[in-house]
Design a protein. Sequence first.
Length: 219
Amino acid sequence: MIAAKPTRTRVLIADDHAPTRGDLREVLEEDGRFEVCAEAANAPAAVDAALRERPDLCILDIKMPGRGVAAAWEITARLPGTKIVMFTVSDEDGDLFAALRAGAAGYLLKGTDPERLPHALQDVVEGHAALPRALVSRLMSEFRDRGPRRRAVVGAETGPQLTSREWQVLELLRHELTTAEIARRLVLSQATVRTHVAAILHKLDVPDRASAVQLFHDR
């Protein structure tokens, strides 16, 4: 009897730097345990691709447009079975803690040895955490710290938690579409689009559409 071919882990890669996405794809597909099912260049596109493809694992750049942490919040809420790993140049405590609060099971730096990377990701697939030793030490120190610094981090801003539809509307606003054009594109009424825009402005704490779009670029 012929043995069944092992099922590969389906992976979504989201990073605004195309060469990084290409390098990740090459490393993972050469390993043989992974299949890249989608790529995205920003947080809204990552959420859309995740909902469409339902990958086993999402690798998200924390600093991409729209914020990787915001995408992690949305994906973990909508697809609780999908594992999230942040892949970033940032070793800042604030980014690490925000990612973990958003549901990330791994936080890997872009300087990670390419030969080690697939093994770290496989650990996440199998239910373990993936963190560099230096960050594990800082995480442990954070939980031991009962002083003002700990209270400040626990209360830190984790980023706006937009719904996937609100991310779609924000993306179209970024392309300077009008309310009527957004309504046609998303097959919604103009009143519904205005409701989504109002929710976006409220969550981002900005006064108008232009400010929301600028914040999208800045993050």
